[in-house]
Write a protein that binds this ligand. Structure first.
Ligand code: ZN
Length: 66
């Protein structure tokens, strides 16, 4: 399984994920999503797109099993 919480940066350091919250359209709940990755060394930012923005939580896993 892919670990998307961090990515290698072209500068040789590791980019860390930046997490944000947004309101879910269906029920108005605030859900976490991955905004981008950020490198503290060279300040590079790589935007998360598509499924990369999805942050799996324990809460979500419980719901999907029902
Ligand atoms: Zn970097």
């Amino acid at each position: 399984m892919d670990n998307l919480s961090e990515k290698p940066c072209p500068c040789g350091q590791t980019m860390g994920e930046v997490i944000g919250f947004k309101e879910r359209v269906t029920d108005g709940a605030m859900v976490k999503y991955r905004v981008c990755w950020y490198c503290p060394e060279c300040h590079a930012v790589e935007k998360a797109i598509g499924r990369e923005t999805f942050v799996e939580t324990i809460h979500d896993k419980v719901n999907s099993d029902c």
